[in-house]
Design a protein around this ligand. Structure first.
Ligand SMILES: Nc1ncnc2c1ncn2[C@@H]1O[C@H](COP(=O)(O)OP(=O)(O)OP(=O)(O)O)[C@@H](O)[C@H]1O
Ligand SMILES: [Mg+2]
Length: 223
């Protein structure tokens, strides 16, 4: 682990729908996210938080503008570059997106499966489950875990590629306030220990208040 990514977004635009009914989800956003910082993306429903995260993670293709991550442009990557870039970024979602038939450790190891690595994938997964505080539930299925525990598995999975950038979309959206606090504690602890840059889209004021900086979106624009 070599610290966090710097993210430089310039004049970023993403619209959906036909020209006759064009919806500009991200409307000329420019923002610089410092390495190792924890940034909250806030704003009302539909303000463009998820879309901006997807553009930074190159899950979605921008219409125009630039996203530089550690100085490299991600909006114009070719297929192979995209695959490598997406693999280097950690994603955490509101609904965990765990594979129901796989144990916790297999879910964490899953992103590594297509690749040849010089370490034991399962052992690495178990280490990460230890790091996120559920080392004792390695062989549990997602259905046997609470929401907070499932989100911990998802966070461990996001860490498995050693990301310098972690993007979390409403990571506490399905959790009660105690579990929310624990998951934010965990994300900030990981940031402190690994120096990762963490971007968290959230509706929740309490979550935003824990971050170093709040970027507020309204109608696809930074306020
Ligand atoms: N794939 C899509 N096709 C069409 N419109 C979309 C698509 N994705 C997002 N949008 C629209 O873009 C706008 C921004 O959506 P986005 O999901 O980024 O908002 P958000 O801030 O994450 O909202 P929420 O807080 O509800 O998650 C919304 O008006 C949404 O309907
Ligand atoms: Mg969203």
């Amino acid at each position: 682990m070599t610290g966090g990514s710097v993210v430089e977004v310039s004049d970023l635009v993403k619209a959906f729908g036909p020209a006759s009914n064009r919806l500009v989800a991200v409307d000329g956003v420019s923002v610089r996210i410092e390495p190792g910082s924890a940034v909250a993306l806030t704003g009302p429903s539909g303000s463009g938080k998820s879309t901006l995260l997807h553009l930074i993670g190159a899950i979605e293709h921008a219409d125009s503008g630039s996203v530089l991550v550690d100085g490299s442009e991600v909006t114009t990557l070719n297929r192979r570059g995209l695959a490598a870039y997406r693999r280097s970024v950690g994603f955490v979602f509101q609904r965990y997106h765990l594979l129901p038939a796989l144990t916790a450790e297999d879910n964490v190891a899953a992103p590594l499966l297509p690749f040849r690595v010089d370490f034991d994938k399962r052992a690495r997964a178990r280490e990460l489950l230890e790091v996120v505080g559920i080392g004792d539930r390695c062989t549990a299925l997602p259905s046997q875990l609470s929401g907070g525990q499932q989100q911990r598995v998802a966070i461990a999975r996001a860490l498995v590629g050693g990301p310098r950038l972690l993007l979390a979309d409403e990571p506490t959206g399905n959790l009660d306030s105690a579990r929310t606090e624990e998951i934010i504690d965990l994300l900030l602890k990981l940031r402190d220990e690994r120096g990762m840059t963490v971007v968290i889209a959230t509706h929740e004021r309490d979550v935003a208040a824990r971050c170093d900086r709040v970027v507020h979106l309204q109608d696809g624009q930074i306020q």
